[in-house]
Write a protein that binds this ligand. Structure first.
Ligand SMILES: [Zn+2]
Length: 404
């Protein structure tokens, strides 16, 4: 499923127009690719070398398009930006943005579903909360190991009475920043829940409420710390927990501990997309990240929010190839190909594959948005399959069909 980054006309005013985004993706992607290429050669990593090649192709000017005059389902015009072919790598600025976009869409569906669970009986106890759980520095763990332990620890937490008696559902994402000394990780949560004591102090203060409503005792910081250690994480201390109440519709922001729903959604669905994130990663860590074969889950739906998922998609639609290209058989992944070919042959194979994918995507965009004109960063235009009739002609047609 390929999504299109939509920049509505209002948001353009924040100086984030589509051309700006497109140039940013291209320049940043190229930069990361070059850094990775150098580091990969230094460390003799074939996989990282190949990854650098894929990143560079994703960042190519002829791969990044902008579209003008697109209309959404409600007929509201927007400008779009995207890539014709997606490398899908965690180090890629445009693909990370695409992943964040996909998560935001799932998150919105989940939140709308959870809202339907608010009734007159539950409304006074349940509310949306946004939480940031900052993990203590995790020493000695590599990046996937750290994320896997965090996910495992968190899963243990959600199985405990403390959590189950309070939390209805929500969304969770893991954000991490790489430092020379180790990994800093945050868990972002947006949940619908009963009151949730974050530390020993609030736990003591709300003891009466906890008893009255038959909630399990405990507090989030110590419960999560316990679960993370049970998952094998070596921690310097307990995680730090910050809670923000999500404002109800029409409610004004008051104090530092409240947040709008939109802001909370954005926070929960951001990934490694900020430009500073790459600068902070040392070269040798770039190679490690590039070599990761199976990336741990960074975004998931929790509790009742999982019920918001639409029907499971047809499994064949999960195959990221075009059925006309290879008869519906899953093509070997670039990693699998790399095991059986040398780099030169691999490059030739990938080039053919990428070219076909780009052509397919160009046709798809032009077909879906016949009203729009697309242009890749290198200046090539496509689309505008159908020119909309001038208004006067359309009005005449309507009149003619009315009298007929
Ligand atoms: Zn990419």
């Amino acid at each position: 499923m390929v999504s299109v980054a939509k920049i509505t006309l209002e948001r353009k005013q924040e100086n984030r127009d589509v051309s700006g985004v497109a140039s940013y993706w291209s320049a940043r992607g190229e930069e990361v690719a070059q850094r990775l290429q150098r580091a990969a050669e230094g460390q003799n990593s074939l996989v990282a070398c190949a990854t650098a090649g894929l990143l560079a192709r994703c960042a190519e000017e002829r791969n990044i398009w902008t579209g003008r005059g697109l209309l959404n389902q409600e007929g509201v015009p927007f400008e779009g930006v995207g890539t014709l072919w997606q490398c899908g790598l965690r180090l890629c600025p445009s693909c990370c943005a695409a992943m964040a976009r996909a998560s935001r869409r799932k998150a919105r569906e989940a939140i709308s579903y959870l809202k339907t669970l608010l009734t007159n009986q539950t409304r006074w106890r349940w509310r949306f909360r946004s939480l940031v759980l900052t993990m203590p520095l995790m020493r000695g763990a590599d990046v996937t190991d750290a994320i896997a332990r965090i996910n495992d620890g968190f899963r243990r937490l959600t199985n405990r009475e403390f959590w189950k008696s309070r939390v209805v559902g929500g969304i969770k994402s893991v954000e991490f920043t790489v430092r020379i000394v180790g990994y800093h990780a945050h868990i972002h949560l947006l949940i619908l829940s009963d009151f949730l004591p974050v530390d020993a102090q609030t736990e003591a203060k709300w003891q009466g409420y906890t008893k009255r409503h038959n909630l399990a005792s405990g507090n989030l910081a110590s419960e999560l710390g316990h679960c993370l250690r049970a998952a094998g994480a070596v921690l310097d201390g307990d995680p730090n927990v910050a809670v923000y109440d999500v404002l109800r519709q029409g409610q004004r922001r008051h104090g530092d501990n409240t947040i709008s729903l939109e802001r909370a959604l954005q926070e929960t669905c951001k990934y490694l997309t900020k430009s500073e994130s790459w600068d902070a990663i040392p070269d040798d860590q770039l190679v490690k990240i590039a070599e990761v074969e199976r990336w741990p889950r960074m975004f998931e739906l929790l509790g009742k929010a999982r019920l918001s998922k639409r029907e499971e998609r047809n499994p064949s639609s999960l195959v990221h190839t075009h059925p006309l290209i290879n008869g519906g058989v899953r093509a070997a992944s670039w990693r699998e190909l790399l095991e059986t070919t040398d780099l030169e042959e691999w490059n030739a194979l990938m080039t053919r594959r990428i070219d076909r994918a780009r052509e397919f995507r160009r046709d798809q965009l032009a077909w879906r948005h016949p009203e729009a004109l697309f242009k890749t960063l290198d200046g090539a235009e496509f689309g505008l399959r159908v020119k909309p009739p001038p208004l006067s002609v359309a009005a005449q047609d309507k009149e003619a069909s009315n009298t007929a």
